[in-house]
Design a protein around this ligand. Structure first.
Ligand code: DOR
Ligand code: ZN
Length: 347
């Protein structure tokens, strides 16, 4: 069969995105809004977005940073901390623009210091989330210092996630940016209230990409890239068309100097080319017929939101990726910088 030359799908959404704040926000928001209709915006600012009032203010800043010609609906999240209350959960659930609560294990990643070291004591908050059907978005990595960095996700799934979904069997849970065969298998066999997002980098790169010819700080993100067999398991998971898996770029911009440092920040900036990169990944396993579900339908179905009535078209036109984009006083280097992506997006 001749290779598909173009693919038109309902305008997709990004179910996991970092937009930052201030000048940085101004620089990056358009890269998402040019392609995606909605995005779930992560709350790991400093200080974190903990309350509905803070989320409302942050949303207003995002809309203000947007070029007037762009239509984009930021969906807001609250940062789960030891101070989160069931009352705040109820307020969030009643709010039209707050869609979920994000759990960072304390210190697990960028700006995760405010997170929770365990879910013990948060049972009333989780009960309230279950009752109001407000999803819990989880950065699923163990923070036990004895656990190897490459095992942190699998250990979290076994020790924390398993017991959590058993105990709160009606809680809506999204295991974010999954990277392992263990996580994919867990989500595939869990009931429909448990889902997962997958990034472009974890579908396209294995951990060798961190060390190709030298250390590659622009491939450093958390959870860290894994072995090839895990990447193959993620591709297999999306290739089945299982509706539990959907698009979440985890596009996480950092100024170049903070990546190229003796202790560089974790985060890969993919927003401008993310959709095209996902198309490459799906094409690599002959699964472009599954792309629409993953990019445009499964996420809205999980969150109970309408599928977009607009469309975007992917065309098999190679595009050159710029070496960097302006970012505050400096620049941010995107995934595939200076390289070529085999697809382009026409909106
Ligand atoms: O690599 C990452 N960067 N992983 C995360 O979980 C956070 C993110 C960020 O905010 O930079
Ligand atoms: Zn993230």
């Amino acid at each position: 069969m001749a290779a598909m030359q173009s693919l038109t799908i309902p305008r997709p959404d990004d179910w996991h995105l970092h937009l930052r704040d201030g000048e940085a926000l101004r620089c990056v928001v358009r890269h998402t809004a040019e392609t995606f209709g909605r995005a779930i915006v992560m709350p790991n600012l400093r200080p974190p977005v903990e309350t509905v009032a803070q989320a409302e203010h942050y949303r207003a800043r995002i809309l203000e940073a947007l070029d007037p010609g762009l239509r984009f609906d930021p969906l807001m999240t609250l940062y789960l901390t030891p101070r989160t209350t069931p009352q705040e959960v109820a307020r969030a659930a009643a709010h039209p623009h707050v869609v979920a609560i994000k759990m960072y294990p304390a210190g697990a990643t960028t700006n995760a210091e405010a997170g929770v070291s365990s879910l013990d004591g948060l049972e009333p908050v989780l009960e309230a989330m279950q009752e109001h059907q407000l999803p819990l978005l989880i950065h699923g990595e163990s923070i036990d210092p004895g656990v190897d960095v490459f095992d942190r996700e699998a250990v979290f799934v076994e020790r924390q996630l398993g017991p959590l979904v058993q105990r709160f069997s009606n809680l809506r849970v999204v295991l974010e940016h999954i990277t392992t065969a263990e996580a994919a298998a867990f989500v595939a066999s869990a009931p429909a209230n448990v889902a997962a997002t997958i990034t472009p980098q974890h579908l396209l790169l294995d951990r060798n990409a961190l060390f190709a010819g030298g250390i590659r700080p622009h491939h450093w993100c958390l959870p860290v890239l894994k072995r090839e067999r895990h990447r193959q398991a993620l591709l297999a998971a999306v290739g089945t068309g299982d509706t539990s898996f959907f698009l979440g770029t985890d596009s996480a911009p950092h100024e170049e100097a903070t990546k190229l440092s003796a202790c560089g920040c974790a985060g890969i900036f993919s927003a401008p080319i993310a959709l095209a990169l996902y198309a490459e990944a799906f094409e690599s396993i002959d699964a472009l017929h599954r792309f629409e579900g993953f990019a445009s339908r499964n996420g809205p179905a999980f969150y109970g939101l309408p599928v977009s009535k607009e469309t975007v078209t992917l065309v098999r036109n190679p595009q050159q990726v710029p070496p960097s984009y302006p970012f505050g006083d400096g620049v941010v280097v995107p995934l595939r910088a200076g390289g070529v992506v085999r697809w382009s997006v026409r909106t």
